[in-house]
Structures are given as C-alpha cells and as structure tokens.
Design a protein around this ligand. Structure first.
Ligand code: GDP
Length: 310
C-alpha cells in the first residue's frame, strides 16, 4: 500500500526540527507563547509578512473567542492558516480549449522535468491525450530526460536538437492542434530570474505560442522547490513579472521542506489579487511528494495546515 501523501508530508516537515506544534505544549496563553510561535513560523519559512499576518490573526481570534488553553490556540492557528491557504486550492481544468497549452518554467533542479512526467501521468489517467514539447533545445540531457518520461507515459513528443525554443513550441502547439491532442505540455529550459536574456526567451516562447493558437498558452506554471524557502517566493515574483503565472507546482515536500513558504506564497497571491484584480490567480495546482510518477498530489489547504501543525 502506498504511503499516504499527508503522512509523507508530515514526516518530511517533522524532519526539519522546526516544529510549530511544540509551541502549544505549555499550560497558558502568554507573551512567551506568541514569541515562540513567531520564531517557529519564521523557522518554518513563512517569512516575515505571513508570520506577522498569522500572529495578528491568531491574537485577534484568541481574544474574540476567550479561549485560555494553548491547544485552542493551535486549533485557531490551523483555521487561520487554512483560510490563508484556501485560495491556493484550485484544480487545473483542461477541456475548455483543445489543446490546452501548458507552459512550464522553473530554475534548474526545482523538479520541473520530473513534475512534467508526473503531470503527464495524471492527465493521462484522466483520459487526456498529451503531447510533450521539449523546448529546452540546448541541453541534450534535458531532452533525453523528457523523452524518457514520454516513453514511460507512452505519449508523443516534439523535440529538436538545437534551434529556437520558441520555434519548437510553435511546432508542438501546431502539431497538437493537427493531431487533436487534449493537452500540449511545453517544457522550457531551467533558468534563473537573474538571467535576463533567458527570461526574455520565456516571454518570446509565450508570444510565439500565441501565434500558433491565439488563446494559448492557457496555463503558465512555475515549478518551485519547497525546500528553498523564501528563495522560492522570490522566484515566483520574478517569473510572474515576466510571464503572468497561472499556477504553481511545489515539489519535494516529502523531504526536508519546512512548508511555511506556502503561507508566504498565499499572502503574496492575496496582495497580487488586490493590486491586479484583472490577472488570473496563481493557485498551487499540485505538490510533489516524492520522485516517482505517482508522487503528485492536488493541494488541499486544510490537510496541508494540519500536516504543518501536527
Ligand atoms: P529540473 O532540473 O527542474 O528539471 O529538475 P528534475 O526534474 O531533474 O529534478 C531534480 C531532482 O529532484 C531529481 O533528483 C528528482 O528526482 C528530484 N525531485 C523532483 N521532484 C521531487 C519531489 O517531489 N520529491 C523528491 N523527494 N524529489 C523530487
């Protein structure tokens, strides 16, 4: 029997030693408890903004409800965190467009290629036909890795040695249309937000894909490594500036990730929605909880909060 993802997530989060639940073992609610809670949230990668937000929220709710035992504070925090994370909980919908064109970006090592393999499996399980586009035209190893995932999932792949990543993406979307595919998944080369010419290349891929299909790309997903804390948040901001993201996959939450970064992302997403109400939201479509094909789970705010605070 496969280990349930919540238990993998929980054991991953517990490995960090940054246990938030340890804060609630005392007998009274006092300033020391709030100080410990602040440290624990920061240690868990929540960042200063989300930590301050959650602390305020918890203080207010504790006052309003008149509870007196730390365990009640833990429940209040679980609820507040769940509420904060809830807007990130949204399903990836395909079927509105044929094909649904999904661009996937990320820094090297984030788990992008692995996540594309997993996502292909997930979509295939739902009965969708998938075409992969290897838009990383420069690294042979990247292409080969994607070919392995294509083989494993028995799906077609459009790949080309060298050449222009935008041109390969254009060809793949055209092929996806011609062959009646449900989804075209475009794998882009890993890059850092500081590599401006490569960020510009992403913008070009997006633009050229829209020439093959004026409604595409329908989704622009950033893959981030859940282990990288506030760094992951800066990646989200930087890629969003260039591409206007429509979703995230957060990987490696089965390892030593601290999980609080989701709270930081949720706060960012909330501020983004306020500042730019016209933009599509940026939910967490999936989380990665292992290296195998099936280790991809839809994000659930309450389960995640409970795992984080267990
Ligand atoms: P890319 O450079 O972004 O394409 O990254 P890869 O897909 O090659 O993944 C980098 C490493 O992270 C590989 O060893 C993967 O097996 C591993 N990896 C990816 N996702 C996960 C995950 O959710 N959990 C764990 N434990 N490892 C992962």
């Amino acid at each position: 029997v496969r280990e349930h993802w919540v238990s993998k997530l929980r054991s991953g989060l517990n490995k960090t030693g940054a246990s938030i639940s340890g804060v609630f073992t005392g007998t009274q609610i006092d300033e020391a408890l709030y100080e410990d809670l602040e440290s624990a949230l920061l240690m868990a990668d929540s960042g200063t903004g989300a930590t301050a937000y959650l602390l305020d929220e918890v203080r207010r709710r504790v006052k309003d409800s008149g509870v007196t035992h730390p365990v009640a504070v833990k429940n209040i925090l679980t609820d507040a965190l769940t509420q904060l994370l809830k807007p990130l909980e949204q399903a990836l919908v395909i079927g509105e467009f044929k094909p649904t064109v999904i661009m996937v970006a990320g820094v090297n090592g984030a788990g992008k290629t692995t996540s594309i393999g997993k996502l292909t499996r997930h979509l295939a399980n739902e009965g969708a036909s998938v075409l992969l586009a290897a838009a990383d035209t420069f690294r042979a190893a990247a292409r080969e890795q994607l070919e392995v995932w294509a083989d494993r999932n028995r799906v077609e792949i459009v790949s080309q040695e060298g050449g222009d990543p935008a041109a390969v993406s254009f060809d793949a979307v055209s092929a996806g249309k011609a062959r009646g595919k449900d989804v075209v998944l475009v794998d882009t080369a890993g890059r850092l937000p500081t590599q401006l010419h490569l960020m510009e290349e992403l913008r070009k891929i997006k633009r050229v894909v829209s020439k093959a299909d004026s409604t595409a790309p329908h989704e622009i997903i950033l893959v981030i490594d859940g282990n990288t804390g506030q760094n992951a948040l800066s990646q989200v901001k930087a890629f969003d500036d260039i591409l206007q993201l429509t979703g995230l996959i957060v990987t490696k939450l089965d390892g030593t990730a601290k999980g609080g970064v989701l709270a930081a992302i949720a706060l960012w997403a909330r501020e983004r929605a306020k500042a730019s109400p016209g933009l599509k939201p940026v939910p967490v479509y999936f989380i990665g909880v292992g290296e195998k094909l099936e280790d991809l789970e839809t994000f659930n705010a309450r389960e995640f909060s409970q795992a984080l605070l267990a």
